[in-house]
Design a binder for this molecule. Structure first.
Ligand code: SF4
Length: 188
C-alpha cells in the first residue's frame, strides 16, 4: 500500500503569495532533494500516512483548499494522492522547488518557489500559476523560461533590509509584487 512520509498536516491561514490570508489545509511532506542553507522546513519525519489516513485527518476541517508543501512533495509519488483528493472535491495547490517532474500530477494550481537556476524541463511547457521567490540578503533573481502572471517577492524575514531589497527589485523590474510573510503577525 502506498505510504507517504509527512511531517504534519495542519489547518491554518496561509501566509504568503496569492493564497495569503486564505484558510488552507497544509500537508507538509518530509524530505527534500535540495539542501538550502536557509531551509526552515526540511525536517525529516518518519510519520507514514496512507491516502485513507490523510483523507480521514483532513475531513475534520471545513475547508476544500489543500496545499501540498514540504520539503519537496514531488520526490514522493503524489499523483495518486492528488487524484484522490480531487475526486473528493478538494482544490489542490502544489508548492514545489521546481526541480522535479510535474508530469502526471494533475493539481489545480502550481506554485514554484525556486531555489536554484535549473528547473526540471517539464516546467518549460507546464507554466506554473505562481512564482514565490524568497529574497535573502544577496540571492540572485534568475530568469525562467515561462510566463507567469503572478510573481511574488517574499522577504525571508520581515526585516527592513530585506523588505527594502524587495522594494528596490520591484521598482526596477516592475513585474513582481511584494508579499510579506504574515505568519508572525497572525500567529496561527
Ligand atoms: S527547496 Fe525548500 S524545502 Fe528544500 S531544502 Fe530548499 S528551502 Fe528547504
Amino acid at each position: 500500500m502506498l505510504k507517504y512520509k509527512i511531517n504534519k498536516i495542519e489547518y491554518s491561514i496561509y501566509d504568503k503569495g496569492y493564497w495569503s490570508g486564505n484558510a488552507c489545509i497544509r500537508i507538509i511532506f518530509s524530505g527534500c532533494n535540495l539542501e538550502c542553507k536557509s531551509c526552515e522546513s526540511n525536517n525529516i519525519s518518519n510519520n507514514e500516512y496512507t491516502i485513507i489516513k490523510i483523507l480521514k485527518e483532513i475531513e475534520q476541517y471545513k475547508c476544500r483548499y489543500i496545499i501540498l508543501t514540504g520539503g519537496e512533495p514531488l520526490i514522493q509519488n503524489i499523483a495518486f494522492l492528488v487524484d484522490e483528493l480531487r475526486r473528493n472535491n478538494y482544490y489542490v495547490i502544489l508548492k514545489t522547488n521546481g526541480t522535479q517532474s510535474v508530469i502526471g500530477v494533475t493539481v489545480n494550481w502550481i506554485i514554484i518557489s525556486p531555489k536554484t537556476k535549473q528547473l526540471h524541463r517539464s516546467f518549460n511547457h507546464k507554466a506554473p500559476n505562481e512564482i514565490d521567490y524568497t529574497i535573502t540578503e544577496h540571492n540572485p533573481i534568475y530568469k525562467y523560461p515561462f510566463n507567469c502572471k503572478r510573481k511574488y517577492l517574499i522577504p525571508m524575514r520581515n526585516d527592513k533590509t530585506l523588505i527594502r531589497r524587495c522594494v528596490n527589485i520591484i521598482k526596477e523590474k516592475n513585474d513582481w509584487r511584494l508579499s510579506l510573510n504574515i505568519k508572525d503577525m497572525i500567529n496561527d
